[in-house]
Ligand binder design. Structure first.
Ligand SMILES: *[C@@H]1O[C@H](CO)[C@@H](O)[C@H](O)[C@H]1NC(C)=O
Ligand SMILES: *[C@@H]1O[C@H](CO)[C@@H](O)[C@H](O)[C@H]1NC(C)=O
Ligand SMILES: *[C@@H]1O[C@H](CO)[C@@H](O)[C@H](O)[C@H]1NC(C)=O
Length: 377
């Protein structure tokens, strides 16, 4: 018996060494794309399954699991309900306290954003705990935003080590052990700091730098609310709210006012897009931004409310759902050294198919208004 344990331990060690050397070789490899077997299309061996339940810790290639994890094929049902597989033919379902993990070789000091798809399977509020050791965060997957039943989510972190474990954990405790979210399609991207320009006090005002969007997914990526000390996938923009998200959209699949990316405010007043800028108290500034629709069939009277210092403006936008935008502005006088610029959508809007939608925001700009003519020259 003792001998057996020693053997298990030494194979564990060999595995660890192998992983470390693989990690060392590919230390600079990650920049963006699908993680190895990130879409779970490489299946576990039948011998390491009992029905849909995965029994072997290392049964799913490139992943390590613990707890009640199921391997779900498309078309699979739970009672009468079809379990939706977001991408390809397979996904993984995490029961109570289950987790899946994969080791990532990263560059310490760089920021990364992880994108993955998830869906709830039982009618309850669900949450995923996501870790990139030692950073940890929470991703609420309570609200279903798209009619397909699943959404893509993003979560960002600063790489603290070159060898990081990405762990996705379902902290839920429900009566049915199998009752947990389905996850699929893990991708990653290095986040660059957007170049700061002298003409715009806001950084990343055009939202060009943000979470990874799989080129072949047409439903955008949600950016969930975050704690103040978390790194934002849309940095330095942060999302403030309780559980509701904003949606990051790409020009390949949506109408985007400028550049290749924009933000669709899909959660009404429950998720605010916020950035702080350095200001001089007493000085006047002008905030400018584009409001439009994403060309995604979101029809109706949309509106965006912007706040800066003591000023605010409500910008109505009549959407035909076919794309288009207009420019709006707000002049304000700073009252402190830091001024918060805040955007929210004034109402929830929904497409006929049930997908949540809203106004698109892009190309936000804050400039100082100089009172002396010579500054204009
Ligand atoms: C498979 O699971 C069932 C219950 O879910 C259990 O009764 C059975 O013993 C398991 N089979 C194996 C080989 O572990
Ligand atoms: C993650 O899950 C654990 C429970 O397993 C919980 O205590 C913790 O608050 C969760 N969130 C974070 C950010 O650690
Ligand atoms: C989407 O692209 C990924 C690679 O980035 C690929 O593995 C996957 O099969 C594609 N999915 C579809 C539905 O085409």
């Amino acid at each position: 018996m003792k001998r057996k344990i020693e053997m298990v331990q030494s194979t564990g060690c060999v595995r660890l060494l192998l992983l470390v050397s693989v990690a060392a070789q590919s230390a600079s490899a990650i920049s963006y794309g699908l993680l190895p077997n990130g879409n779970f299309e490489e299946a576990p061996d039948e011998s390491q399954m009992n029905g849909t339940r995965v029994t072997g810790r290392y049964a799913i290639p490139k992943w390590e699991i613990s707890g009640f994890v199921e391997y779900i094929g498309s078309g699979q049902k739970q009672g009468d309900m079809l379990l939706p597989v977001p991408e390809g033919a397979y996904a993984v379902r995490q029961g109570n306290e289950a987790s899946v993990r994969q080791r990532l070789a990263l560059t310490p000091g760089m920021h990364y954003s992880v994108t993955f798809s998830a869906t709830r399977t039982c009618a309850q509020s669900e949450l995923l705990n996501i870790t990139a050791t030692p950073e940890i965060g929470e991703v609420p997957i309570q609200t279903v935003y798209t009619s397909s039943g699943w959404d893509s989510y993003s979560w960002a972190f600063k790489g603290k080590r070159s060898d990081v474990s990405l762990i996705v954990h379902n902290p839920g405790v429900t009566d049915d052990a199998a009752c947990g979210p389905l996850i699929d399609s893990f991708g990653i991207k290095t986040l660059q700091s957007p170049p700061s320009t002298n003409d715009n006090l806001l950084e990343n005002g055009g939202f060009e730098e943000g979470p990874y969007i799989f080129p072949n997914t047409s439903w955008g990526v949600l950016v969930p609310p975050m704690d103040e000390d978390d790194y934002s996938p849309l940095s330095p923009w942060t999302i403030l709210g309780y559980t509701k998200s904003v949606k990051y959209v790409d020009a390949a699949h949506y109408a985007v006012p400028g550049g290749a990316r924009a933000v669709e405010l899909v959660s009404g007043m429950e998720a605010a897009l916020v950035q702080e800028v350095s200001t001089v108290p007493g000085r006047s500034y002008r905030l400018e931004f584009s409001v439009g629709d994403a060309g995604d069939g979101c029809v109706g009277s949309l509106s965006v409310q912007a706040y800066a210092s003591r000023g605010s403006v409500k910008v109505p936008y009549e959407s035909q759902g076919t794309g288009g935008h207009s420019r709006a502005s707000l002049e304000f006088t700073a009252t402190s050294k830091r001024t918060r610029v805040v955007f929210v959508s004034m109402a929830y809007t929904m497409k006929p198919d049930g997908t949540l939608c809203g106004p698109v925001l892009d190309d936000a700009l804050v400039v100082a208004i100089h009172s002396h003519r010579r500054f204009l020259l």
